[in-house]
Design a protein around this ligand. Structure first.
Ligand code: OOB
Length: 559
């Protein structure tokens, strides 16, 4: 093994020439790693080992359903070993980063396990991402390959793939699922399995997950086999997954929630079945619940509300036991509707790709299930709730949530400066969430301190959008803030100060952002051109004043 680099701890930028040695990301300090191993949280397995164990125990059972395709555990495993060999033949090796942008199709799992077996590092992009995001992920991780599907929801990814391959020098290979044009067809990877590649270390970096972020550039989250598997196993236990469980992936499969809370990986660990929904509309979802006898699924709040709004249905939903809701705050009024209207148990999930995940438990009383966002997975999850001056707040009072634990990262990937701010010296992650804690240790999300918009579970970093707006010649300054929205929880409003006498038109700015390759969900819903921004006493842009101004203006309009 190539020590250091594979562990993701030290990147071998030659020292000696006076340059600083660069670290990919801060790993868990040895003292903590030892403690987590001794406590049995980290078991020394890799995600590939996890699949192997399930193949041994449940080989003939169905692991994945995608339309008419039904793969058993043995078949998924065999296929992923073949794809691993196909990738190896293309020169993809251990430690290589591979940007993966696939919709909810079975190839996603085939590829992810192939990469895990090779010890190559998937970078999980979302289908909604465009050149601005994908180009950045490829460059920032020095990815050697990009794997994408030709088409999804009416969008043809060819041009995006061409643009990425033309502008990212380190990228050697673009692999396309479906009609591949000039790219490597995914089917070419499907060769007989080769010799078993040397297994990655459990403490190695397993993949890079995306952060919602609050900064100008998206941050990448380095998760190891050891830490992620712990959260997967515990999530499967808390959610009582068994080989009989049938989990419907309605959210984008690469997101942390449907991947590991307990998500598809929790199901693979437990020997159950993962069913992929190509879109999350009630029509598609209800049909799949009936046809596949789905027992559990996960939604963001607006999706859960859309499903409730589509009731009653002629579809038989009686197999469904649990609806998980998370990713954004699910209001108590909405939460109370789930059991009576859908006839299933609600589970609230408050998680983050950086680590910490909270669940309400199945045996919790109704007021906890509807009124809180759950409690941490592990007794080893350390929670601090602090006021602005860094003091612990009394029970029940809101404060900044900080956390540290056996599956929470100690720093982002290749972001040393940002890590200084986002983590305390003793390794706590500053989540940017404002929460309060009940006497029983349940967390209630009260708000947010980070400059982020949570648009129905989709996270938008204000600064990232502002930077794109500032690139427009008629924009002197920009501030992007959330505005309340009945359905999405929040939408985005961009305030802009014009650079000269010509006021930029909102539609023109939106088109400009789209043309710059910004994902559509990040394009502001509203654009307001103003002469100046309010300022706080310390001279920062008065974001809360802007939020108030736009909310009041919209309310006036509604009346
Ligand atoms: C999940 O992960 P991310 O990384 O997309 O976003 C994390 C952020 C949290 O810091 C919080 O601001 C917000 O999303 N959030 C919630 C929430 N769940 C997440 N805010 C209020 N109520 C909730 N239930 O979103 C994620 C990852 C794993 C499981 C579930 C969600």
């Amino acid at each position: 093994r190539r020590a250091g680099r594979d562990r993701g701890e030290v990147r071998d930028v030659a020292a000696g020439d006076g340059r600083q040695v660069m670290t990919d990301f801060p790993g868990f300090p040895e003292e903590f790693a030892e403690r987590y191993r001794a406590a049995g949280y980290w078991t020394g397995q890799t995600l590939g080992d996890m699949l192997s164990a399930s193949v041994a125990a449940y080989g003939g059972r169905i692991a994945v359903v995608d339309g008419d395709r039904r793969w058993t555990y043995s078949e998924l495993d065999f296929r992923s070993r073949g794809v691993a060999e196909g990738l190896r033949r293309l020169g993809i090796e251990r430690g290589d980063r591979v940007v993966l942008q696939l919709p909810n199709i079975a190839e996603f799992y085939e590829t992810v396990f192939a990469l895990f077996r090779l010890g190559a590092i998937p970078v999980f992009a979302l289908p909604a991402h465009r050149y601005s995001e994908i180009g950045y992920f490829c460059r920032h991780t020095e990815a050697t390959a990009y794997i994408v599907a030709r088409e999804h929801e009416g969008y043809d990814y060819t041009e995006l793939a061409e643009q990425v391959s033309a502008t990212v020098p380190a990228l050697r290979t673009v692999i396309m699922v479906g009609e591949a044009g000039g790219f490597v067809p995914f089917d070419d990877l499907r060769v007989p399995p080769g010799e078993e590649p040397p297994a990655p270390e459990p403490s190695d970096l397993a993949f890079l997950q995306l952060s919602g972020g609050s900064t100008g550039t998206p941050k990448l989250i380095p998760r190891t086999h050891d830490d992620y598997l712990y959260s997967v196993r515990e999530s499967a236990r808390i959610c009582e997954l068994t080989p009989e469980s049938v989990y419907l992936v309605a959210l984008p499969c690469a997101h942390n929630f449907p991947m590991s809370s307990p998500g598809s990986l929790g199901v693979f660990y437990a020997g159950g079945t993962v069913v992929l929904a190509k879109d999350p509309t009630p029509g598609t979802v209800f049909e799949l619940i009936e046809r596949e006898r789905v027992t559990i699924t996960a939604a963001v709040p607006p999706l859960a509300l859309a499903w409730l709004a589509a009731l009653p249905t002629s579809r038989d939903l009686s197999s469904l036991r649990v609806l998980q809701v998370g990713g954004a705050k699910f209001g108590v009024e909405s939460a109370r509707r789930v059991r009576p209207e859908l006839g299933v148990r609600l589970q609230q999930v408050f998680g983050m790709a950086e680590g910490l995940v909270n669940y309400t438990r199945y045996d919790d009383p109704d007021d906890i299930v509807t009124g809180t966002q759950g409690r941490p997975i592990s007794e080893a999850d350390e929670i601090r709730i602090l006021d602005d001056s860094g003091q612990e707040v009394p029970e029940g009072r809101p404060g900044h949530l900080l956390t540290r634990g056996p599956y929470t990262i100690r720093g982002y990937y290749r972001a040393p400066e940002h890590n200084e701010e986002a983590f305390t010296a003793d390794g706590f992650y500053r989540t940017g969430d404002i929460v309060s804690r009940t006497a029983d240790g349940y967390l209630v999300v009260e708000g947010r301190a980070k400059e982020q918009i949570n648009r129905g579970g989709e996270k938008i970093a204000a600064e990232e959008v502002e930077n794109h707006l500032l690139a427009h010649e008629s924009v002197h300054d920009a501030a992007v803030v959330p505005i309340p929205d009945e359905y999405l929880g929040e939408r985005t409003c961009a305030f802009v100060i014009p650079a000269g006498d010509t006021k930029p038109r909102p539609i023109e700015l939106k088109r400009f952002l789209t043309a710059r390759g910004l994902a559509a969900y990040k394009v502001p819903d509203l654009v307001r051109v103003v002469d100046e921004f309010p300022h706080t006493p310390v001279g920062k842009v008065g974001r809360s004043a802007l939020r108030r101004a736009i909310s009041q203006a919209l309310q006036r309009k509604d009346q």
